[in-house]
Design a protein around this ligand. Sequence first.
Ligand code: ADP
Ligand code: TRP
Length: 336
Amino acid sequence: MRILSGIQSSGQFHLGNYYGAIRQWVRLQDEGEALYFIANLHALNTVRDAQRARELTRDAALAMFSLGLDPKRATVFRQSDVPEVAELFWVLGTVVPLANLERAHSYKDKVARGISPDFGLFAYPVLMAADILLYGSDVVPVGKDQVQHVEFARDWATKFNVTYVQGYDPQDPLGTKSGAPGILRLPEARIEEATAVVPGIDGQKMSKSYGNTIDLFGDEKDVKKRIMSIKTDSTPVEAPKPTAEAPLYDLLKLMTPPGEFAAVDQAWRAGGVGYGDFKKRLLDTFHASFGPARARRAELLRDPAELERLLSDGAQRARALAAPIVDAVRRAVGLR
Ligand code: ADP
Ligand code: TRP
């Protein structure tokens, strides 16, 4: 089973990214052949400064390796290091119905928010489909917001195969009966239901676009400030605390080791402990959870040559996996 996912290098990694994505990626490394990449081509849609784009790409790599993606068990690479993806993007685009792109959430949501769209934003699902199909991925772990994109990748792979593979039967994509397997493999999304949306310090979904994040690698002072400013209500110290619409409670539940949460939960419901104390507890939990990753990051940051070596090595492996698929695509359409 080939597993693939990517994350845009468009901001600092936060708790939502870890619990919503990277944690599953780490677990999946042992379930199949895993590929994880930094979507720095996608990030160009929002990052329009070269120096910043480079830094964010490096930061994403540092974060991924220090949070537990292991170059021995997974192929970790930069999207732009496999230029074949841009070629597949184009070829695939020639069979993509415009109507699909017009109803893509990523595009519709931004237009609804008044952002005037560029072609890059419009075409973003096609590049994402190329990412997925280029490596013959079977499983794509993503958040709910990305499921539509994986379904597009399936639909377009089918359309490509129907168009270019003689005898291809969409009911039999592996060609078991027809003897005509598709060139592009059909991927499936995998959503981690267990992780609900991670709330930000204001109670909305944690997102860099809302300025409500707790960054995994922020400096200590900033992390503390963020945690201390998590929104709470005016329940007095002695009183039991409400658990609904309480981001502090949700974050404690998410981050406290399972064996220790019962005691926190009891104190929360019993009353007698103030929000300030719960925030300190969350801060301690943050450092217990991410201290080791923060230390690994600091170490890797001191060795840029090693980081570069890991990434080039990942890119080389990814390119080798892509090569036969790119070759088959070129032949099928008549570029070779
Ligand atoms: P942001 O919302 O900060 O821009 P991205 O959209 O770049 O984050 O998300 C990257 C990955 O992290 C995606 O897989 C997404 O599902 C996951 N993710 C981001 N924020 C959250 C959150 N608050 N809760 C759960 N998962 C999240
Ligand atoms: N669009 C994804 C996001 O914003 C990132 C991404 C790009 C991706 N290409 C991908 C995810 C391919 C999975 C597979 O989160």
